[in-house]
Design a protein around this ligand. Structure first.
Ligand code: FEO
Length: 170
């Protein structure tokens, strides 16, 4: 059984993950309007993955018989200066999410909540991967600068990303 404090902290994390989804949906629209359909696809896949992250927490709370309170989701930005600027904002946001996950792990440790501690390990690995993905794209965009051929090639590359559902829909 989860403590009330842990229950609320995980509900807040659901809010964070759903905000992430909303942010990446906004970025997907931004890229679509620029004609960068591959970038838009990458963000669209990311948006769906974030919903899965939220649902994984949601299902965990249900499995623990916990109460679920859904908090308000803020309005994300909808304009960025450039694709590089958008990916820098993405990395910054993911670094914030990593801090949130680490905070949950600290709380699980403090409360000796082994089940939640164990459950959170998946998110720790996921954050390493997400930050690495963002850094890779930032590196490429930094090399490309204003070169439209390079941007076109990267767009084709990002069009290849495919969404794989994490968990069955509930
Ligand atoms: Fe769910 Fe991108 O962290």
């Amino acid at each position: 059984m989860l403590s009330k404090k842990m229950e609320t902290a995980i509900c807040k994390q659901i809010q964070e993950e759903l905000f992430s989804s909303y942010l990446y949906l906004s970025m997907s629209a931004y890229f679509s309007n620029m004609g960068l359909d591959g970038f838009a696809n990458w963000m669209s896949v990311q948006e769906k993955e974030e919903r899965d992250h939220a649902m994984k927490f949601y299902n965990y709370l249900l499995s623990q018989g916990a109460e679920i309170k859904l908090f308000q989701i803020n309005e994300p930005d909808h304009k960025w200066k450039s694709p590089l600027d958008a990916f820098k904002a993405t990395l910054k946001h993911e670094q914030h999410i990593t801090k949130c996950i680490n905070g949950l792990v600290d709380l699980a440790e403090k409360e000796k909540d082994r089940a939640t501690f164990n459950f959170l390990q998946w998110y720790i690995d996921e954050q390493v991967e997400e930050e690495e993905n963002d850094r890779n794209i930032i590196d490429k965009l930094t090399l490309i600068k204003e070169n439209s051929n390079g941007l076109f090639m990267l767009d084709k590359d990002l069009a290849q990303r495919v969404y794989t559902p994490l968990i069955p829909a509930v």
